[in-house]
Ligand binder design. Structure first.
Ligand SMILES: NC(=O)c1ccc[n+]([C@@H]2O[C@H](COP(=O)([O-])OP(=O)(O)OC[C@H]3O[C@@H](n4cnc5c(N)ncnc54)[C@H](O)[C@@H]3O)[C@@H](O)[C@H]2O)c1
Length: 257
């Protein structure tokens, strides 16, 4: 791979294990020469994330639960101390309670709705505010991960679909806020991939089968394909793109039936 990001630094939130899409993004960015900080959510995740980070050259590993403002502040302070600044921020974080990812959407509780919004959408806003000063004077790039369930109805995706709609709108508002200081903000709408999070969605295997049957490419996508699009969106080749949602879904989103 060409080392187009040599000397650049990035922060990747959302690595839980080797199947995480955020881990594929980290591998693509590191492969192009970017030095990375990875975060983990809670002590339970720390060991696994440290083991993965050891595969990258000179990575920082930091705790960051996005429901804890002190941890978000501390992670950004550690990046300031360790890297001096930041060129890229990848947001690969989402959560909804399993019981809210099935059945009728109107049964969503306020607590479940608020939690999905806090972790899956507001955390992008909260982190953008914090990484902005770290990107001062650089051509910064922020990338988040979304899903077509934020635009159309995907059975059982429910509260997470509404959170993704908020996330995609946040991408547009952040792109408008941060464009004047040279920071671009984009989302990748990924096709379904088997991960820890997606295993919580009822009927997920049916969704994978549907893509193979109907997507123009007649197959599902890989996390590496998302990682390479993240590399594109974090690098100079995408310098004219902001506020956009790019689909990495084997073309599924263009189909009417
Ligand atoms: N897997 C798919 O089919 C698919 C498709 C499109 C978009 N996405 C999106 O990709 C992103 C990554 O998901 P994934 O599928 O790789 O699953 P994953 O479970 O590997 O990643 C989700 C991450 O969110 C983190 N997280 C949850 N709550 C958190 C909190 N309070 N603080 C900090 N981190 C927290 C988890 O620790 C985990 O690392 C999510 O935004 C997801 O919605 C996934």
């Amino acid at each position: 791979m060409e080392r187009t990001l040599d000397g650049k630094t990035g922060l990747v939130l959302g690595v839980a294990n080797k199947r995480s899409i955020a881990w594929a993004c980290a591998r693509s960015l590191a492969g192009a020469g970017m030095r990375l900080a990875l975060t983990y959510q809670g002590e339970r995740m720390e060991k696994g994330v440290r083991e993965l980070a050891a595969e990258l050259p000179d990575a920082l590993v930091l705790p960051c639960d996005v429901t804890r403002s002190g941890e978000m502040d501390a992670a950004c302070a550690a990046i300031r101390a360790g890297f001096g600044g930041l060129d890229a921020f990848v947001h690969g974080v989402a959560f909804a309670r399993r019981e809210e990812l099935g059945g009728a959407f109107h049964d969503t509780t306020w607590e479940g709705y608020a939690m999905a919004q806090e972790v899956s959408a507001y955390s992008l806003v909260a982190m953008a505010r914090r990484v902005r000063p770290l990107m001062e004077g650089r051509a910064g790039a922020i990338v988040t991960l979304t899903y077509i369930g934020g635009e159309r109805v995907v059975p059982n995706y429910n509260v997470m679909g509404v959170a993704k709609a908020a996330l995609e709108a946040s991408v547009r508002y952040l792109a408008n806020d941060l464009g004047p200081v040279g920071i671009r903000v984009n989302a990748i709408s990924a096709g379904p991939i088997r991960t820890l999070s997606s295993s919580g969605v009822s009927g997920f295997t049916d969704i994978l089968d549907r893509v193979v049957a109907h997507a123009p490419l007649r197959r599902n996508i890989t996390a590496d394909e998302v990682g390479d699009t993240c590399l594109f969106l974090c690098g100079p080749a995408s310098r004219g793109i902001t506020g956009s949602v790019l689909y990495v879904d084997a073309g599924y989103h263009i189909m009417g039936v």
